[in-house]
Design a binder for this molecule. Structure first.
Ligand code: SF4
Ligand code: SF4
Length: 248
């Protein structure tokens, strides 16, 4: 890799909120620019180059053209990083995988629906090898900086392998189950500081399943003990994790 690595950002199906998080680093982005050269970043610059070392890819793969494009990016990049929930786990786009194609086609494209090709949504890693993942919806700015730094140093980026509950407890929150509400923090990879629970909501699972998540225990907590129906649990799991085959 050159002394000043060239980095590029690309987007597929998604809201581009993860790239916005990077743009919102503001003065800290200037610190990053001392160590890298940005050659593609549609949200903040007009220049384009196909000569890059690290590709950050946001969004999920949802069309046949996406497959060709991500393979081209993979071929040119030395390191490919999936950025955000849509790219890492398929994210909210995967909800369409459980609908009749004619329904979402008509909702999205109206009378022009037949003109657009579509395939079931999937994360980037389902199509090409991915070297690192930055989870979340949106990503955490500090985690982006840390993971990028580790990649620039040639290290394998560290990711939490424990569930959101650990951070939730540390934040002093009352467990949603104590309040009769469901929460996916029990099986979701930590790293966000349990921000949604702290703000009064519950965890939707945007950081994907924690490694070795105990799905049998989760099923017991949610259905047998919590009293939520299988449909309620399935809907919650499919909000972000529709691509997973987690049998809850
Ligand atoms: S509220 Fe959710 S994240 Fe927090 S302890 Fe309960 S299940 Fe875990
Ligand atoms: S609490 Fe859950 S849904 Fe909210 S940011 Fe963290 S992992 Fe994502």
């Amino acid at each position: 890799m050159a002394s000043k690595p060239r980095i590029a950002f690309f987007d597929f199906a998604g809201c581009e909120g993860d790239q916005l998080q990077v743009a919102n680093l503001e003065e800290r982005l200037l610190d990053l620019l001392e160590h890298v050269e940005v050659v593609n970043f549609r949200e903040v610059m007009t220049e384009r180059s196909d000569d890059y070392d690290i590709a950050f890819v946001e969004g999920s793969i949802t069309t046949p053209a996406d497959i060709d494009r991500i393979k081209g990016i993979r071929k040119r990049a030395k390191i490919l990083v999936a950025l955000g929930a849509c790219a890492t786990i398929g994210g909210v786009n995967c909800m369409k995988n459980f609908m009749d194609e004619s329904v979402y086609r008509t909702h999205v494209y109206g009378p022009m629906a037949r003109a657009y090709e579509t395939i079931p949504a999937r994360p980037v890693s389902a199509v090409v090898p991915v070297d690192a993942e930055i989870h979340g919806c949106p990503i955490d700015k500090e985690e982006f900086l840390r993971v990028t730094k580790e990649l620039l140093l040639g290290r394998t980026p560290w990711l939490p392998d424990y569930p959101v509950c650990m951070e939730c407890k540390a934040a002093g929150n009352i467990c949603r189950y104590e309040l009769g509400r469901p929460c996916l923090g029990i099986i979701t990879r930590a790293g966000c500081g349990a921000v949604c629970v702290t703000e009064g909501a519950h965890c939707w699972g945007c950081r994907g399943l924690a490694p070795h998540a105990n799905l049998d225990a989760a099923k017991y907590v949610m259905i047998d003990r919590g009293g939520f129906s299988r449909r309620q649990v399935q809907d919650l799991l499919r909000f972000y994790n529709g691509y997973t085959s987690a049998p809850l």
